[in-house]
Design a protein around this ligand. Structure first.
Ligand code: ZN
Length: 296
């Protein structure tokens, strides 16, 4: 979305919004056409190409006489998105942590939602809006953006674009404020989303605080919620904690850094992810300045 925002007329921070909405709409339709083309291609394969999938009730609804379309039509055709925060910066000079930014964010997400509902009716297939983690695209799209537009403050200074509708990872705020912002947008996603808060290692001993955060998320329309805690292990002596540069027990620098980067736990993000995602993890602020909001 940040690249689409750049392509419309106007200066960065003061772009032509109507033009952007029109271009986005066009791209949503192109994405739909691509999804249908792929769907039709998969449907043209013989059942023998993935025999296991169509036996033993693995996929619901398979009727041999009707071909594999009978099973595949129950799947999801998802339209993902990346970098809402940066796109808003390009368009109006602020992201959705502000009221002005949130207002436009809702307009953009409503367009995705409306179009997917229309496509669903028209094609009788499960189109949905997906708040994608874009593990690779977050980096490759940024590289392309930078080679075309250079480094623009608050937009392309980093090596990654912000995940879907997430609050940029470097914004300092407590978990409740993060939930308040992202929960205003989760309802537009019918194909999947995740909201997480990033806590420091010490939070694992504060069960009451953890429970309060989870309850707050559940009460506020967050369908998929995660609390991320760093978990580092010294590969020489076995010590486990949040470890800085080297192990405080034996001094080893051979540390395995277990993190939940997107939806999954990743054994060592330093080897499993591209440079963009690695930098994103390192820039994540801990939403642990929670003492003030948890007291009383
Ligand atoms: Zn050690």
């Amino acid at each position: 979305m940040p690249t689409l925002a750049m392509e419309v007329s106007g200066e960065v921070g003061n772009k032509n919004i109507d033009e952007f909405m029109e271009l986005l709409d066009q791209k949503i339709h192109e994405a739909k056409d691509t999804l249908i083309e792929r769907f039709e291609w998969i449907c043209s394969q013989p059942p023998e190409s993935a025999k296991f999938m169509y036996e033993n009730g693995t996929m619901e609804g398979y009727i041999p006489e009707e071909g594999i379309r009978s099973a595949l039509k129950h799947g999801t055709l998802a339209l993902g998105q990346l970098g809402l925060a940066e796109a808003l910066q390009v368009l109006i000079g602020c992201d959705h942590t502000t009221n002005k930014g949130m207002e436009l964010a809702k307009k953009i997400e409503q367009l995705f939602k409306d179009r997917c509902a229309e496509f669903k009716q028209e094609y009788k297939l499960n189109f949905g809006v997906y708040y994608s983690p874009a593990e690779n695209l977050c980096y490759t799209a940024m590289k392309k953006f930078q080679s075309k537009y250079g480094k623009i403050p608050n937009i392309s200074e980093n090596e990654y674009f912000t995940n879907s509708i997430h609050v940029p990872v470097w914004h300092k705020m407590n978990p409740f404020d993060k939930i308040d912002i992202e929960s205003q947008l989760t309802g537009y996603s019918s194909a999947g989303c995740i909201t997480y808060v990033e806590l420091s290692d010490s939070a694992k001993n504060n069960i009451d605080a953890l429970e309060e955060i989870v309850t707050y998320a559940m009460d506020n329309d967050i369908p998929y919620f995660a609390i991320n805690l760093p978990n580092d292990q010294c590969m020489d002596c076995g010590y486990i904690d949040e470890i800085g540069e080297s192990c405080p027990i034996c001094g080893s620098k051979n540390i395995k850094r277990l993190r939940r980067i997107t939806g999954y736990l990743t054994s060592d993000y330093k080897t499993a992810f591209n440079l963009g995602k690695q930098q994103e993890v390192e820039m994540r602020t801990h939403h642990t300045d929670i003492s003030s909001s948890l007291e009383g």
